[in-house]
Write a protein that binds this ligand. Structure first.
Ligand code: NI
Length: 142
């Protein structure tokens, strides 16, 4: 089994808050991330698939095709957007890096047919990232 990864980047703004909490509680939990007009990140998304190389091509997956899927289904929809307002598939979601990873997984699982989606690694900052392997997780929508 081989594991192959494509990395893409996007920049987006978001605001972390839970509409069922009052201002004070949102402030306590999310602190600066609760800033009313949002704040930005340069996200890095790494998507790993696994499989056996096709004997005819030598590829587990055509990385050009994987890149196209990542761009069409995620990057083009979130890049230079406000994640709380501009993105249909994030409507009502607390836009934490954890929730983004779960939702990206569901989208990519539908789209990647050539190989098995294995891992999503999503960096919110250079030093903070989440890894997700597709275990069942529910994301609340408010
Ligand atoms: Ni943030």
């Amino acid at each position: 089994m081989l594991y192959i990864t494509k990395r893409v980047h996007f920049s987006a703004s978001h605001r972390l808050f839970n509409p069922t909490f009052n201002d004070q509680k949102n402030d306590e939990i999310y602190d600066k991330c609760n800033n009313f007009y949002g704040h930005g990140h340069n996200y890095i998304l790494e998507v790993t698939v696994r499989g056996i190389p096709n004997p005819q091509t030598g590829y587990v997956i055509d990385l050009k095709k994987l890149k196209r899927i990542l761009n069409d289904t995620i990057v083009d929809k979130v890049d230079h957007k406000h994640l709380n307002f501009d993105v249909d598939f994030l409507k009502g979601v607390i836009t934490s890096v954890e929730n983004l990873a779960v939702i990206f997984w569901k989208i990519l699982k539908e789209e990647i047919k050539e190989a098995e989606l294995y891992k999503i690694k999503l960096y919110e900052t250079e030093n903070s990232y989440v890894e997700y392997f597709g275990e069942p997780v529910e994301v609340n929508r408010f």
